[in-house]
Design a protein around this ligand. Structure first.
Ligand code: 1HE
Length: 270
């Protein structure tokens, strides 16, 4: 018996050639589906990622990104780099930025499930998600230095925010590879689970997140990273606005009443 609740998405989300999209209620699963090339991201796949995150179903509350086959993602499709001039290189990088901006600042929190290679642009994509779950097979590298290029998919902005400039410099200069445990200790993953357990963990977390008030989730994913980039005085002011907006929602008032009237769960050690 197949009790997998995920079903192929309809409409525009069903049209992709390298991205498989499935939904189960409020959870959308987007799978990089180019395993013969280790899910390397070419121009078409960047465009598909952008289109998918710009067209998530209205009922979506959380998205999960994973990779088909033995690896999450081998990064930039190197076969497409060689013919590019300087101007094309800039425009190419800006297309990754636009697509990943849509991932990070789209309507829903995004969870990445990481296994095998999480390399170059694959690590840039992982760093764009709001949460990362890693399996023991995951390994992280930024081989741009060895390939004669530089990160171009937002890695220089997003990856240091997870692991610091010093670690990223080491990875890029020396080609250092972090295994799953080292990556976890460095801050590349929020959760380290058993092999093959990443997706189930992502679904469990997605269901929890989908149970939050939507405006809280929106403030967490939209306001928090922006506030973290602000000077403290501006950050505190924006925090007061985000806090008042979230708290003004009926859903928040109901949740607060539920707690005060002993209908809501307490905070408990897991
Ligand atoms: C690729 C790519 C790719 C695999 N572009 N085709 N990324 C890298 O430098 C990583 C390069 N890839 C690897 O180091 C390895 O492929 C892996 C460790 C990820 C996987 O190894 P393995 O043994 O499972 O696969 P494989 O045999 O190396 O590759 C299978 C096929 O995928 C093969 O093609 P085939 O036609 O010979 O079968 C590979 O050529 C192909 N393939 N990775 C193109 N990346 C926005 S800027 C971001 C900058 C970067 O991302 S730089 C880092 C690029």
């Amino acid at each position: 018996m197949n009790d997998n609740p995920f079903r192929p998405a309809a409409g525009r989300l069903a049209d992709f050639s390298m991205l498989r999209v499935e939904t189960a209620g409020p959870v959308v699963h987007l799978r990089l589906d180019r395993p013969d090339k280790r899910n390397a991201i070419n121009d078409a796949l960047v465009a598909e990622i952008h289109t998918a995150f710009a067209n998530l179903p209205d009922e979506a509350r959380v998205a999960i990104v994973s990779g088909e086959g033995a690896h999450f993602c081998a990064g930039l499709d190197l076969a497409e780099v060689t013919e590019r001039g300087v101007r094309e290189g800039i425009l190419h990088s800006r297309r990754w930025h636009a697509a990943f901006e849509q991932v990070q600042f789209g309507p829903v929190p995004v969870i990445a499930v990481l296994h095998g290679a999480v390399v170059g642009g694959g690590l840039e994509l992982a760093a764009t998600a709001h949460l990362r779950i890693a399996e023991p097979s995951a390994f992280y590298a930024l081989p741009e230095g060895q390939r004669g290029i530089f990160v171009g998919g937002s890695g220089s902005v997003r990856i240091p925010r997870l692991i610091g400039v010093a670690r990223m410099t080491d990875m890029m200069l020396t080609g250092r590879v972090f295994d799953a445990a080292e990556g976890h200790a460095a801050g590349l993953s929020n959760y380290l689970v058993g092999e093959g357990e990443g997706f189930a963990k992502a679904v469990a977390l997605a269901q929890r997140i989908a149970g939050n008030a939507p405006m809280s989730n929106y403030a967490i994913t939209q306001a928090l990273p922006r506030i973290a980039d602000m000077a403290p005085a501006e950050g505190l002011f924006v925090e007061s606005l985000a806090s008042a907006i979230a708290q003004g929602e009926d859903a928040a008032k109901q949740r607060l009443r539920d707690f005060l009237e002993k209908r809501a769960g307490k905070v408990q050690k897991s």
